[in-house]
Write a protein that binds this ligand. Sequence first.
Ligand SMILES: Cc1ncc(COP(=O)(O)O)c(C=O)c1O
Length: 458
Amino acid sequence: MDKPTFKKSLALKKRIHKLIPGGCHTYAKGDDQYPEFTPPYIAEGKGCRVRDVDGNEYIEYGMGLRAVSLGHGYPAVVEAACEQMWKGNNFARPAAIELAAAETFLDAVPGAEMVKFAKNGSDVTTAALRLARAYTGRDMVAICADQPFFSVDDWFIGATAVNAGIPQVVRDLTVDFRYNDIDSVRAMFAEHRKRIACVFLEVEKNDPVDRDFLRQLKRLCEAEGALLVFDEMITGFRWHLGGAQTLYGVTPDLSTFGKAMGNGFAISALAGRREIMELGGLYHDQERVFLLSTTHGAESHALAAFMAVVSTYREHDVIGHMAQQGSHLKRGLEQVIGLHHLEDHVGIHGFPFCLVYSTRDQSGQPSQPFRTLLLQELILRGVIAPNLVVSYAHQASDIDRTIAAFDEALLVYRRALDEGVDRHLVGESVQPVYRKWNRRADRLVRHASARVARRHGT
Ligand SMILES: Cc1ncc(COP(=O)(O)O)c(C=O)c1O
């Protein structure tokens, strides 16, 4: 690969913040999450490859924040969506495809009895909470403290450091418990007797779930009169077509899906027990719940994309492929980490179909500057790896190229441990999303442009 340049990306970066707060539509894609000097703005993608606006090509591991499991522009999905679009995508009354998509979904997730579609994960997690509050007549929600994200809405963001604009009365209604720690759930219930409407968690993240914890959690929720909600945004269509609930055989009261359901098309789902879900329906005589009623909720091309995704999973062993390539990647990376004697500083974690990495400094503390350095050195070698999420499009040759890029990047990491990371970082460090204050964005853009100009003599 030629030495990449980022001139057009940096020019875009300068303009975009004047028009769009944050410069993007998901904080995880923001400039503060990527090295200052290497901010590739993506022009197009195919499979696991993307091209930035400067024409540099990369192997990508973000895969649309884990939404793209088949690869960018997967033909069967794009064709199904286009075909449906030509038939019109939003009518006065429901489209027939809404029933077909519901049947497809409930066939894939056998524990659920009803489903309602929406466009974003947050729409459906928030809907699950409203439904749980209406069903139980309680107002509090318990979330797993060891998991990073459930919704953009107040009930969740209010529990993070970025809680500006969220009233204290709302924040006070969200409490937490620890993953795989049933005693912490018991203590939480004891402290808020008969106030918890539901308990929210991802069944599995980076650490294996203790199946006994899961079974006890379900029993405890039943005993306490709270609903159990599994957030399957990431586990759905990665751990199993039917989510972790199907893989582990524990059925929650409600569950939420999104991301890989549409291979990048906007589609999400709230699913669960009929008795609860029907509160949002027309044929009961209890108080009505206003459940997921949006203009674009059942846009028919996204439903067609979803059905094509399910067909592809049924035709091909998509999850088996991701597990195989992810295992190959993990093995190879651990080998090069060992070769550079960096086991105490760089770690590969999680499940093969959804890996992440950690970076630690000289004293073994988690380090954002070292994360920035690794991101920077990988981008310079044609790999964008905010995490190590593979797709059905990643082939063994892509994985081998990635391992080779890591091998070279780790040489720089080793040197930075000895000489200081600042000497090797071209710009400032990335920042955690959940922080109260910003750095001065205008200063960042000026510095980045000046540095690029120096490096390229422009
Ligand atoms: C576990 C989990 N739940 C919910 C969400 C929210 O989904 P969305 O970004 O589609 O609103 C996310 C998004 O990253 C997520 O990872």
